[in-house]
Design a protein around this ligand. Structure first.
Ligand code: ADE
Length: 256
């Protein structure tokens, strides 16, 4: 069964990029996920198709009206219910939300589908969030102009994890963060590029050695670049082999 995505957005066209290009495009053509958009403007009842108004209490910008969003969400829920998905989770993309990481994406990828709510302007009436939203997610500590790009980031992250998306299921496991580690460095032809050689071990054909080297690089990079991730890795438990590889990396780093 395909993963059912319903997106509430004032800019449905933005999602064409996701549904057409690259890995997500291919997954979409292979029916690994289904993406439908719902424009809140289609759920307005006035001639101007109004979707926002000024904030109570004053201040700059506009706030999205609850009613068109409410009806758009209800329509998406009804559609999902018709496909056997009851109690569809509604996620609102906002800088106030829980920070997206690989673990959260993995958890969400196991659901049958999601309804994603994209805000614009200063935000959405809080009562709509209280009544209709199950979870708020942020893609990082910065502000972008609306929830659409954030929703696309979330969708891409989830779709990569759905069975059948990546040709080699190993790819997702090898990605950065899949076990609290950054990815190891990659090399391809030519063997020497601008005087720089591909590490010898990768040319050796010794698969056990290559695996060891890659794990060591992943540990070392995480130590150098993301001590916060390494702390999580240590807390989740390192094998004796991993401890030894990291120690070796630290020693050789000191010498350089
Ligand atoms: N909307 C605006 N900024 C955002 C962010 N950082 N994450 C999710 N949604 C957003």
């Amino acid at each position: 069964m395909s993963f059912e995505l319903d997106v509430i957005t004032l800019f449905p066209g933005m999602f064409d990029a996701l549904a057409q290009y690259g890995i997500t495009g291919k997954a979409n053509r292979n029916n690994i996920f289904q993406l439908s958009t719902w424009n809140p403007r289609d759920f307005t009842s006035d001639n101007y198709r109004t979707i926002d108004d000024s904030p109570y209490g004053g201040g700059p910008g506009m706030v999205m009206l609850p009613q068109p969003l409410d009806e758009a969400i209800c329509a998406a829920k009804k559609k999902q219910a018709g496909l056997g998905i009851n109690r569809a989770q509604v996620i609102y993309l906002t800088p106030q939300g829980k920070r997206l990481d690989q673990e959260l994406a993995t958890r969400l990828s196991k659901l049958p589908g999601l309804i994603l709510l994209c805000g614009r302007y200063e935000g959405i009436d809080e009562r709509l969030i209280k009544n209709q939203v199950n979870m708020e997610i942020s893609i990082g500590d910065y502000v972008i102009s609306g929830g659409e790009l954030a929703a696309m980031v979330l969708i891409d992250t989830i779709v990569r994890l759905l069975p059948g998306t990546l040709g080699d299921p190993q790819s997702a496991n090898q990605d950065s963060f899949s076990c609290h580690l950054l990815d190891f460095p990659h090399f391809t032809r030519p063997e020497v590029y601008k005087g720089d050689n591909v590490p010898k071990v990768l040319m050796s054909g010794n698969h056990a050695e290559i695996k060891r080297w890659r794990l060591q690089q992943a540990l070392g990079r995480t130590w150098l670049r993301r001590p916060d991730l390494l702390a999580a890795k240590i807390a989740s438990g390192m094998t004796k082999e991993e401890e030894k590889l990291l120690e070796e990396f630290k020693q050789s780093n000191k010498q350089n």
